[in-house]
Design a binder for this molecule. Structure first.
Ligand code: GLU
Length: 374
C-alpha cells in the first residue's frame, strides 16, 4: 500500500504541529491558525479516525505574556515560558475543539516516560483509555520539569515515539515548510520530493536541511529523523505545511495530495525493540570481538562473556548498553544482565570456565536490537 493510501485509511493517526505554525513572536498564540488545525482534526475524527495531537508551542506562546521578544536560551526561562504558555495552549485547544463537542485531554510526557519501560506502559495505557473514551489527547513534552540531559528535545521525535506507542498507522508532521526539497527551498530550481521510498533517497537532500527556527526546536533534520524512525516501523509519514492541514488529513481514496510522503519500509517493531533503538538512554558500552558480532547480528544469538574484550560506563544490570564491534561501530543495543563492576572478572572467558551462577548471557537475545544490517 502506498504511504498516501495508508494515511488516508489510517484508523489511528498522530498529528504533530510546530510552534511557528501556531504562534507569532509578537502576538503569541494565533487563534485563527489554531482553529484551522482544529477544524481539520475534528473533521477527521468525525470520520471515525482516532487522532492524537502532539502540539508544540508552549514556550512560544509564553513569550509574549512575559514580555520576551525572542526564545530564551537558558533552560529556566524556557521552562517559565512553557509553564505560562502550556496553560494558554491547553485552554485554546479545549475551547476550539468545544466548537465541535470534541473532548480533549492534556498529556504532558517527559523523556523518562519514553525511556523507562514501566513508564512507557503507563503512558500507553493512559492514551489508550483516552482514545477509548472518545477523547482527543493533546500531547507535549513536560517542558517545565524536563532538564537538558533528559529532554526528548523536539516534538518531531516525540510524535514518532507516540505514534509507535499507540500503534498508529500514520504520522503527519505539520510545520511552516510544505515538504522536503532536493535543494535549498528558497532557491529557484529546487523541487519538492513527493515520495520518499527508502532512506537512501535522502542522500541528495542533505543540503536542504534548514536549521532550527526561531520559535520551535525542530528543523528539517529532526523531521527526517522522526520520519525515518516511524516509517522503518511500518508507519506512513507525511511532512506538510500547517496551512495545508485540511488536505494533509484528507481521508479520500488516493490520500493527501500535498507534502512529502514517506513509504512505510518496515514492519511494526515490538514496543521493546523500538524503545531500545530510539528512546533508551545508553549507560555504557561493551566491546565485542568479530565472532560475537556475527553471533548477535547474523545468528541472533545472545551475547556471552567470551565474546567481550572490554567495557566502559557506570551501568547496572537492567541498563541499556551499546554493543560495539572491533571497528568501533555500534552494531547493536541491549539490556545488560550484569553490573559494570561484575563484568571485568567474566569477560573473555568461556561459559565452562565460569561458576554456574555466572554462566547466564550478558545480553539476552530477546533484549537486543541490531542497529546495522548484518
Ligand atoms: N515542547 C516545546 C514547546 O511546546 C516544543 C519542542 C519543539 O519545538 O519541537 O514549546
Amino acid at each position: 500500500m502506498s504511504a498516501r493510501a495508508q494515511l488516508a485509511g489510517a484508523r489511528r493517526l498522530v498529528v504533530k504541529v510546530g510552534s511557528s505554525s501556531l504562534t507569532s513572536l509578537d502576538g503569541g498564540l494565533c487563534s485563527d491558525r489554531l482553529d484551522a488545525v482544529v477544524d481539520a482534526l475534528a473533521a477527521r475524527c468525525a470520520g471515525g479516525t482516532q487522532v492524537v495531537l502532539v502540539s508544540s508551542g508552549a514556550i512560544a506562546a509564553g513569550l509574549a505574556p512575559l514580555g520576551l521578544t525572542r526564545r530564551p536560551r537558558d533552560l529556566a526561562t524556557q521552562q517559565a515560558a512553557a509553564s505560562v504558555g502550556q496553560l494558554l495552549l491547553a485552554h485554546a485547544y479545549s475551547a476550539s475543539f468545544a466548537r465541535y463537542g470534541q473532548p480533549v485531554g492534556q498529556v504532558l510526557l517527559t523523556a523518562d516516560d519514553m525511556i523507562r519501560r514501566a513508564h512507557y506502559r503507563n503512558a500507553q495505557r493512559t492514551l489508550e483509555r483516552l482514545l477509548g473514551l472518545g477523547v482527543l489527547p493533546v500531547v507535549n513534552e513536560n517542558d517545565t520539569v524536563a532538564t537538558d540531559e533528559i529532554r526528548v528535545g523536539d516534538n518531531d521525535r516525540l510524535a514518532a515515539l507516540v505514534a509507535h506507542l499507540i500503534g498508529a498507522e500514520g504520522l503527519v508532521l505539520l510545520s511552516d515548510v510544505d515538504g522536503l526539497y532536493d535543494g535549498d527551498p528558497r532557491k529557484p530550481g529546487s523541487t519538492m520530493i513527493a515520495e520518499v521510498d527508502a532512506p537512501a533517497d535522502l542522500a541528495a537532500v542533505e543540503i536542504a536541511r534548514p536549521g532550527v527556527g526561531s520559535l520551535g526546536r525542530g528543523g528539517m533534520a529532526t523531521k527526517i529523523t522522526a520520519a525515518g524512525m516511524a516509517s522503518a516501523s511500518g508507519i506512513a509519514v507525511l511532512l506538510a505545511a500547517a496551512e495545508d492541514v485540511a488536505a494533509a488529513l484528507e481521508a479520500g481514496e488516493a490520500g493527501p495530495k500535498v507534502g512529502t510522503a514517506f513509504r512505510p519500509s518496515g514492519r511494526r517493531m515490538s514496543a521493546r525493540r523500538f524503545w531500545l533503538r530510539h528512546a533508551a538512554h545508553v549507560r555504557g558500552r561493551l566491546d565485542l570481538d568479530d565472532g560475537a558480532v556475527a553471533a548477535v547480528l547474523r545468528r541472533r544469538r545472545s551475547l556471552l562473556a567470551a565474546g567481550i574484550h572490554g567495557l566502559s560506563g557506570d551501568f547496572v544490570a537492567g541498563d541499556v548498553v551499546d554493543l560495539v564491534g572491533p571497528s568501533g561501530v555500534v552494531v547493536a543495543r541491549g539490556v545488560v544482565g550484569y553490573d559494570a563492576t561484575e563484568l571485568p572478572a567474566l569477560i573473555g572467558r568461556r561459559s565452562d570456565e565460569l561458576p554456574p551462577e555466572q554462566r547466564r548471557e550478558v545480553v539476552h537475545a530477546d533484549d537486543l536490537v541490531p542497529l546495522i544490517d548484518s
